[in-house]
Design a protein around this ligand. Structure first.
Ligand code: ZN
Length: 375
């Protein structure tokens, strides 16, 4: 079983909600711990335990801000390309900026992908310059050590994110290239996601190997870290696959993909016949009405309730049907999302599916549409 908690919104920057996932919290804690207990005491002597922990926390927060800057780099470039940004979700070793749709061109996709690592390189450079200054002032001060660490981690962040597997930035860049080269966005996305899963498995395997063969002190964290990152990446690749597929389906599913075949009735059929002979065999709330192979309307059981029983033999389906109008007849190629809004407004919740020759080829209800769109 997998428990999924909603990410926590912690800020709004440039009108973009910034969230953290709960899975991020133990990683944040682990990072504070690794830096305070192992990294700092090894390089920085004569400090008290609370001071190490304080410095560990500061380092972790600065790393967190570096990741945030990286994601903002993506988001702002995406906005410049005309995309709307839903939110940014942060994990310590990367984040995910989500947009309302895909980049319009391979070039735009490439730019959005490169923007994050470029920002991390820039941060790395800034921390490197700060490091030069602080080393010049006093080589053994915490500032020198922290700027050194942050220059290095930002560099790692940039390089790691350039690994060519989606949803890592390198994967986006790979996709942009495949898309540009072969002209097929869907296939390019699928390949890039597969590459992402492959990289995740390699990371987990390398991390596990590292932990198993580990010999000395703090280095075990490198292995644990690789496993964490691999699991996260695998999860993110699966998540992007689902997200991408739902976007794709909403755009590409047609009425023909969700319609059913239904028994049809004639306009001359009486209510008595419908209820006593058709309904026991076909339990459905509505029926399409055909006259000389033409779709003429829909009878819904809902409407029959108001007809007294003694009148059933006289009233025909023609008398009570909803006559076929624009909202009651759909084309098989109508996008499913459009069909959903049409059926919501037509008061019947059902529609006949009619081809170019005017033949009824299927019958479709709101419930089936929603099921198909949600699957
Ligand atoms: Zn990125």
């Amino acid at each position: 079983m997998r428990i999924r908690l909603k990410p926590l919104t912690i800020a709004r920057i440039f009108d973009i909600p910034v969230k953290i996932s709960y899975g991020w919290m133990p990683i944040f804690g682990l990072h504070v711990y690794a830096v305070s207990v192992y990294y700092l005491p090894r390089h920085l002597h004569d400090f008290s335990t609370p001071e190490y922990w304080f410095l560990g926390l500061v380092t972790t927060i600065l790393l967190f801000l570096s990741v945030l800057g990286h994601e903002l780099g993506h988001a702002l470039f995406a906005r410049a390309e005309g995309l709307h940004i839903h939110d940014i979700t942060l994990h310590l070793f990367g984040g995910l900026a989500r947009f309302d749709r895909e980049a319009p061109t391979p070039i735009a996709d490439f730019k959005i992908g490169v923007a994050g690592p470029a920002t991390s390189f820039l941060y790395g450079l800034i921390f490197f310059l700060l490091n030069l200054v602080s080393v010049y002032i006093h080589p053994s001060r915490p500032a020198a050590l922290l700027t050194n660490y942050l220059a290095l981690t930002n560099l790692i962040l940039a390089v790691f994110n350039l690994l060519p597997g989606y949803p890592l930035d390198g994967g986006r860049i790979l996709r942009a290239w495949l898309w540009h080269r072969y002209g097929d966005f869907q296939a390019a996305t699928r390949w890039a996601i597969q590459a992402g899963r492959g990289i995740a498995y390699v990371l987990i395997a390398c991390g596990a190997f590292w932990v198993i063969t580990w010999k000395t002190g703090a280095d075990i964290f490198i292995g644990i870290w690789a496993i964490f990152v691999g699991v996260f990446l695998k999860d993110a690749a699966d998540g992007s696959f689902k997200y991408w597929r739902s976007l794709y389906e909403a755009e590409h599913l047609r009425v023909a993909d969700a319609m059913n075949q239904s028994v049809t009735i004639s306009p001359e059929m009486t209510i008595e016949e419908l209820i006593q002979t058709v309904l026991p065999q076909h339990r459905q709330p509505s029926f399409p009405v055909l006259h000389q192979h033409q779709f003429v309307g829909i009878v819904s059981l809902e409407r029959l309730r108001s007809i007294p029983r003694q009148r059933w033999p006289q009233v025909t389906t023609r008398d009570v049907m909803h006559p076929a109008s624009a909202g009651l007849a759909l084309h098989p190629q109508t996008p499913l999302s459009e069909a959903e809004s049409l059926l919501r407004d037509n008061n019947v919740g059902y529609a006949g599916v009619v081809d170019d020759q005017g033949r009824l080829v299927g019958f479709i209800g709101l419930l089936e549409i929603r099921k198909r769109l949600a699957s």
